[in-house]
Ligand binder design. Structure first.
Ligand code: 6PG
Length: 458
């Protein structure tokens, strides 16, 4: 990814020095960069000798300890006013700690989320920078130049102070987990209920990608079904073990949302579904013991795929809605002052969660920056109403077939919960007060109350 970003910067006229501990990578950087303004450095002395002061250093290293280790190695070469940009998926609290620590030595530090994988890095990613405004201004033009463009607008904007950039990238990844799981659930239900070949699935996803589901993830899903396996006569997708891995950003999103008391159940379900997939051996054993007399699907291909198109559209909206509401809550809590329309704007191109829907999300927040939730945006609310029948039918089909669709179910329950003026939380409060004297509020008068419940004697 680092190398691709270097080429991208060169294409825009910047001269860049690249350092990697792996000399092989530096060799290939120099070879491939021939004719461009690139210096390949094999040690930090050479690397820093190639930089002008005040220096700008971009780090592309795995999150966690490697970032601290690299910063430690860079420090002796850094001086007042130099700027270090961490372009990996660091946890936002680490970014805040590093910013504070380096500031003591007059070194600027920015947490910069970059999305789009290797291709994005080479030809235009979505860039999510946070940190001091003055630091951003120094690199703003370069970031704009290398970023993806949508209708000429660069997919980068200053997001806010401290860890704002890494926080937004974390939520981007949480949404990414949600969308990926929803797509996988649609695949599972069609595979279980219909007699479809991978070519049929390719066609269905390709068709969906021409309509309102248009998005990078639907597009690559269509491609995946068409990919042949090099080692057998099968399609590659059927030869891949059904146990998904993760690097943690989805989990961090869920953890942080829970800390902020902000519900993001589609994303939570997606994280849990990855964890469940990892229990492969247990699942294989359980399959032999736990049976369900499943109800065969009586409808036809077109019917189910139409319901699923509704289901995906609906649940994609709720997934973005949850991610955006988390950003809104976090922005207040951590004083990021995020502009949600700008976040939607820079996610429209270059990143993994880019989709046609982000245009509607951008319009929603441009019209009403403080919108409490996308579900109550007039246009999107109308869309949800219009496709809920098909969605509910898809959910019923999954229940009958015994196919797990946890993220879709979470999406529907979120919607049904959010639009309920009354929820049974009065009973939860009564139970808490019954067994723990935790008190409750009343619907008819102000104050805090406790009742001496008639305790059950055992
Ligand atoms: C991106 C991706 C990128 C990475 C994910 C994968 O925006 O380009 O999100 O950051 O591919 O972190 O995450 P998992 O390994 O956790 O699935």
């Amino acid at each position: 990814m680092g190398r691709n970003l270097v080429y991208n910067m060169c294409d825009h006229g910047y001269s860049v020095a690249g350092f990697d501990k792996d000399e092989g990578k530096v060799d290939s950087l120099e070879k491939e960069a021939e004719g461009r303004k690139v210096v390949g450095a094999r040690n930090l002395n050479d690397f820093f000798a190639a930089l002008k002061s005040p220096k700008v250093v971009m780090l592309l290293v795995p999150a966690g300890k490697p970032v601290d280790a690299v910063i430690g190695e860079l420090k002796p070469f850094l001086s007042n006013d130099d700027l270090v940009m961490d372009c990996g998926n660091s946890h936002f609290t680490d970014t805040d700690a590093r910013t504070e620590q380096l500031a003591k030595e007059q070194i600027h530090f920015m947490g910069v989320g970059i999305s789009g994988g290797e291709y994005g890095a080479r030809f235009g990613p979505s860039i999510m920078p946070g940190g001091a405004r003055e630091a951003y201004d120094r690199v703003a033009q370069m970031l704009k130049d290398v970023s993806a463009k949508v209708n000429g607008d660069p997919c980068v904007v200053y997001l806010g102070p401290g860890s704002a950039g890494h926080y937004v990238k974390m939520v981007h990844n949480g949404i990414e987990y949600g969308l990926m799981q929803l797509i996988a659930e649609a695949y599972h239900l069609m595979k279980a209920c219909l007699n479809l070949t991978n070519d049929d699935l390719h066609n269905i996803f390709s068709k969906w990608n021409k309509g309102r589901l248009k998005s990078y993830l639907i597009e690559i899903t269509a491609d995946i079904f068409a990919q042949k396996d090099d080692l057998t006569d099968n399609r590659l997708v059927d030869m891949i073990l059904d146990a998904s891995k993760q690097n943690g950003t989805g989990q961090w999103t869920s953890q942080n949302a829970m800390e902020l008391y902000l519900p993001i159940p589609d994303i939570d379900a997606a994280v849990s579904a990855r964890d469940l997939s990892g229990l492969k051996a247990e699942r294989v054993a359980a399959q032999k013991m736990l049976e369900w007399r499943k109800v065969a699907f009586a409808g036809n291909d077109t019917e189910l795929s139409a319901w699923l198109e509704n289901a995906l559209y609906f649940s994609m909206i709720t997934t973005y809605a949850q991610g955006m509401s988390l950003l809104q809550r976090a922005s207040k809590e951590y004083h990021y002052d995020l502009k949600l329309d700008e976040v939607a704007k820079i996610w429209r191109g270059g990143c993994i969660i880019r989709s046609g829907l982000l245009e509607d999300i951008l319009s929603a927040y441009s019209a009403e920056p403080a919108l409490p939730n996308l579900l109550v945006n007039k246009a999107l609310g109308h869309e949800l109403q219009a496709c809920q029948d098909g969605f509910r039918l898809a959910v019923k089909t999954a229940v009958d077939a015994g196919v797990p669709i946890p993220a879709m179910m979470a999406s529907l329950a979120y919607y049904d919960g959010y639009r309920s003026g009354w929820l049974p939380a009065n009973l939860i409060q009564a139970q808490r007060d019954y067994f723990g004297a935790h008190t409750y509020e009343r619907v008819d008068r102000e104050g805090i109350f406790h009742t001496q419940w008639k305790q059950k004697q055992n």
